[in-house]
Design a protein around this ligand. Structure first.
Ligand code: SF4
Length: 296
């Protein structure tokens, strides 16, 4: 074999390995590149009887990691439920503690629409003076998965909808990659009005607006929450932890598991974070499926 042939084989191998490394990232999270190709491997969907079946860790390390994550989270949820035998009145996710658990889809939609009208007239903090539109939220009133961002940006303020523009398109691609349609989930922000120049929300603004988010969650009763970006996670979980540490484990907000990952706008600026995001959302999908299966 000639030196040229060896060089060509080595080059082909390097290309192949690079493609493997990028699989599931470049394709699915390209965002602006259109629809993902139909090669998505669906995440594990545990059966009701065994929501976290045994897996061959050597054959598929990520799936095994996913399995361990789901199993540990289900155990944490079980422990929380036992501790919360006498839930506080503020535990908005305990169905017995609220009337929302018995609301029909139509009633939930009506309750959200009424609150959206209330928010549209809100002047509870200084952000009302600079807004074009309030951005209340969008999606299924009965969603099992709820995504939370920090605050509306320029495009959102103009359209009155969360996660539109380039980052919204990327978020749609991320959801598609784990086989969710935007209409299957509910998407909202902690703040309903845009901070000027997209600055970070201030404490008094969060304090004034957070009650709306809690009421949205109380009505929708999601099974799992995904925080998009560090600020959303910090605000919801009341922590100053890094996004890295928040991504490493599941957290709880009034008994509902909360995961965190990168904000789509951050992914547009730093595409090398897409691979970590891809891992995060596959775990999210697996946890979602296990929670839905355990409810069935
Ligand atoms: S950000 Fe929230 S609290 Fe402030 S004016 Fe808008 S809706 Fe009201």
């Amino acid at each position: 074999m000639t030196q040229d042939s060896l060089s060509k084989i080595a080059a082909d191998l390097a290309t192949y390995l690079k493609q493997q490394q990028d699989s599931g990232v470049e394709y699915y999270f390209a965002g602006d590149l259109g629809d993902p190709p139909p090669v998505m491997q669906a995440p594990p969907k545990p059966a009701k009887a065994d929501p976290a079946p045994a897996l061959d860790a050597e054959a598929d390390p990520f799936t095994a990691d996913c399995h361990d994550f789901v199993k540990a989270t289900l155990e944490q949820i079980s422990a929380y439920s036992q501790q919360a035998a006498a839930p506080a009145e503020t535990d908005i996710f305990t169905r017995e503690a609220t009337a929302s658990g018995s609301l029909s889809l139509t009633q939930k939609e009506a309750a959200l629409a009424a609150m959206a009208a209330e928010v549209a007239a809100c002047q509870a903090c200084k952000l009302h003076s600079g807004r074009n539109n309030t951005v209340f939220g969008h999606g299924s009133a009965d969603a099992d998965l709820l995504l939370i961002g920090e605050a509306p940006g320029k495009d959102e303020d103009e359209q009155g909808l969360p996660f539109v523009g380039r980052s919204g398109k990327l978020l749609t691609g991320i959801l598609k990659a784990i086989e969710f349609d935007r209409e299957d989930v509910y998407i909202c922000n902690i703040l309903k009005c845009r901070p000027p120049q997209n600055r970070d929300p201030e404490a008094d603004e969060v304090s004034a607006c957070e009650a709306y988010l809690k009421r949205q969650l109380e009505i929708i009763q999601p099974k799992v929450i995904l925080c998009l970006g560090r600020h959303a996670a910090m605000t919801l979980l009341q922590t100053k932890a890094s996004l890295k540490s928040m991504r490493e484990s599941v957290h709880f907000y009034h008994g509902v598991p909360v995961m965190a990952t990168f904000h789509p706008a951050a992914l547009l600026r730093n595409p090398h974070w897409k691979r970590d995001t891809w891992d995060d959302v596959r775990k999210l999908r697996a946890l979602h499926d296990a929670l839905v299966a355990s409810r069935a």
